[in-house]
Design a protein around this ligand. Structure first.
Ligand code: GLC
Ligand code: MG
Length: 680
């Protein structure tokens, strides 16, 4: 019988296998029934002999095969197999979906404001009257306190300091005034260890006239002779053309060594590099590599619109054609058709960006690029620096339009300036805002102290990255600088063009020299006399201070997704008030800002905005007494210079009904059931 055959095979096999004692017993006892079924499966099933053979260890292959082909095993196996296939596919699909739907992580330069340190004036560690690298290191707590992660440190290259370090003598060395390369490396390491990023100035347009390249160039060294822009001229007028310097007078200076004129769009001590020369381009690229390899996190690329000049050197057209050519001395006298924003400029920047990208690949190592270009009413020119969807350029060009805010403090004007950027910025790009820097009067002076709080509130609640010039967080003002104290050569021909007033030492405390240094009485520019009331130490103790408000809003901005990446929608603007909201689809929590830039108190009626709840509550006012106040949306009272951040809860979003009033960099939605954000 077939049963017998199986038995025989078993005995044979068992001789050779590791033995199963239980099996042995059963086999030896011969108690197994010899019933044989027609169906081999059924036979095995019902066969007591086999049911007792457990566990299967030691079973010969054939027996195992017999078992495993039973329906109950086979079907289970097949179900499990297909289940596994389905699960794998589902997992892959889920992963792909999650990746596809996850909003991009916000980068470090988007999450935090950029804090601009004007090195000479921030903190003086050695008491020589000039701020230095060690001084910054001493003050890192300040950034932590303000919840600031990105710090732009002004130029520290070796320099004769004719233009405050923007005249570079050696792009690979630190000026002894600021410290040593070791100090720099230490500062960078320290900053990185506490999660701070360092952005430095890159100054490609010109060098100092003391730079080695310039000396070789004026000596007509064959390699260096075309490093700068030279043209024939003699010691007296006429100059090669009518071009003028940004700081006034002719942009040409005669060089006795070479017997020719060289071009400078800034000081005569800042000869323009010739970017039509490939060696110059290579030199500057190498310098970028040098600092990226040291670990700097980004560059502020200065004066980039001046990089190239028309090679034909033709006269620029006069704004007033009737003006006598010899009285054409200011940058406002000419249309800069040949010295500014020349063709090829963006190729240079895009090439540098590509070099930076190579260093950006490691996680957490993104290298940031911001460009400086004042294009005034030609906002399209500024927007070019964003690059295209195919070729990357800067992460953002500095937005200088809010510098015009003091011209007309009104809600409509501020809305106009904000809109100028939002309407012209290429889709999907990231906005940015500033109201001051080392080249422009301080906002607290030009707009007035009344508005400093509401201006900071604007910057910290608009979409995009704000830049804060040192001291703006405490409302520092311009300082009066007498003729004998004057430092800035830009004010040489016209004292009102001097940038000294906005460069006075940082006001840390009520101590000597406002705590800027404590070893001497000397500071390179005078400390502002208001330092006893306007300083960090005093304001830290005062919950209603400019500083406390800055800190609160910056922390709020970083913890609230609607403020970080949500929609920005215009709600209202009039002579006094500018109002907008920030919301995120799927999230009930939203923020309404009501900012009074006017000269009088105002009552704003937002009852036409159906998406807003009738009852509102002030989360933060620039007037501390109004914090927590309950409001009717039909009667929102603000004093002149008062700003309100109102947090509210709603389940109807404003943006779907008013798309023309709203803007978002990248659409993100919130899914409350699983508490995640996704791209929508
Ligand atoms: C940059 C700086 C400015 C300097 C100019 C010329 O624009 O911001 O301070 O004077 O370059 O170097
Ligand atoms: Mg140039």
């Amino acid at each position: 019988s077939s049963g017998g055959t199986v038995d025989a095979v078993f005995s044979v096999e068992l001789e050779e296998c590791s033995r199963n004692p239980q099996y042995r017993e059963v086999d030896d006892g011969g108690s197994a029934e010899n019933h044989v079924s027609e169906d081999p499966e059924e036979k095995l099933d019902s066969d007591a002999e086999y049911t007792q053979i457990q566990p299967y260890a030691g079973m010969p292959k054939e027996v195992l095969l017999l078992h495993s082909s039973k329906a109950r095993y086979r079907v289970t196996r097949e179900i499990l197999f297909w289940l596994m296939v389905a699960c794998t596919l589902a997992l892959v699909a889920l992963t792909v979906t999650v990746i596809a739907l996850s909003p991009r992580c916000m980068n470090w330069w988007q999450v935090s404001p950029v804090y601009q340190v004007y090195l000479r004036s921030f903190s003086d560690s050695d008491g020589d009257g000039v701020g230095d690298l060690k001084g910054i290191q001493k003050q890192l707590d300040h950034f932590q306190y303000l919840n600031i992660k990105s710090v732009w440190v002004g130029p520290f290259y070796r320099s004769p300091m004719r233009d405050s370090g923007y005249d570079v003598e050696d792009f690979r060395a630190i000026d002894p005034l600021f410290g040593t390369m070791n100090d720099f490396e230490e500062l960078l390491a320290k900053m990185h260890s506490v999660g701070l990023k360092l952005i430095m100035d890159f100054i490609p347009n010109h060098t100092s006239d003391r730079h080695r390249w310039f000396n070789l160039s004026r000596a007509t060294d064959p390699h260096y002779k075309d490093y700068y822009v030279w043209s024939d001229c003699d010691g007296s007028s006429p100059r090669p053309n009518n071009w003028v310097s940004v700081f006034g007078r002719s942009a040409w200076t005669y060089d006795e060594v070479r017997g020719q004129c060289y071009l400078h769009q800034f000081l005569k001590e800042q000869p323009e590099l010739n970017f039509r020369n490939p060696h110059v381009r290579k030199e500057m690229t190498d310098i970028i590599h040098f600092w990226l390899a040291k670990g700097v996190d980004g560059f502020r690329m200065g004066a980039v619109k001046h990089l190239l000049e028309a090679a034909h050197l033709r006269d620029e057209p006069q704004v007033d054609p009737n003006k006598a050519p010899e009285s054409v001395v200011s940058e406002w006298d000419l249309y800069h058709d040949y010295t500014i924003s020349q063709l090829g400029l963006h190729d240079l920047l895009r090439d540098w960006r590509a070099e930076m990208e190579a260093y950006s690949r490691e996680p957490g190592k993104y290298r940031f690029m911001v460009t400086e270009s004042y294009d005034y009413e030609e906002v399209d020119k500024t927007m070019m620096y964003y690059g295209t969807s195919l070729v990357k350029e800067s992460d953002f060009p500095f937005n200088f339009y809010l510098l015009d805010l003091p011209q007309n403090t009104s809600g409509l004007w501020v809305q106009h300036l904000v809109q100028l950027w939002m309407d012209n910025m290429p889709k999907g790009q990231w906005a940015n805002w500033l109201v001051g820097n080392h080249d422009k009067p301080r906002i607290a002076s030009s707009a007035g102290q009344t508005y400093i709080r509401v201006i900071n509130m604007l910057l910290l609640t608009l979409p995009g990255t704000p830049t804060t010039y040192y001291g703006e967080e405490i409302g520092m003002e311009n300082v009066n600088v007498t003729d004998s104290q004057a430092q800035d050569l830009a004010g040489k021909y016209n004292a009102s063009a001097s940038r000294d007033p906005q460069r006075s030492p940082m006001q840390w405390s009520g101590d000597m020299n406002a705590g800027f240094n404590n070893k001497t009485n000397v500071t390179w520019l005078p400390v502002h006399p208001d330092y006893r009331s306007i300083n960090v130490e005093v304001q830290k103790k005062d919950e209603g201070s400019v500083l406390a408000q800055y800190r609160f809003l910056n922390t709020l901005r970083q913890s609230e997704v609607p403020l970080q990446r949500g929609w920005f929608c215009y709600v209202h603007a009039d002579a006094g008030v500018f109002s907008y909201l920030r919301e995120l689809d799927g999230l009930d929590r939203a923020f309404l800002m009501v900012l009074n830039f006017g000269k009088e108190s105002a009552i704003t009626d937002l009852s036409p905005i159906a998406e807003l709840p009738d009852q509102l509550k002030v989360l933060k006012s620039t007037n501390q007494v109004s914090d927590g106040k309950a409001l009717q949306k039909s009667r929102i009272l603000t004093e002149a210079g008062e700003g309100l951040v109102i947090q509210y809860s709603t389940n109807t979003r404003f943006n779907p009904n008013h798309p023309e009033q709203c803007y978002v960099s990248e659409k993100t939605c919130y899914l409350s059931v699983v508490d995640i954000l996704y791209t929508c």
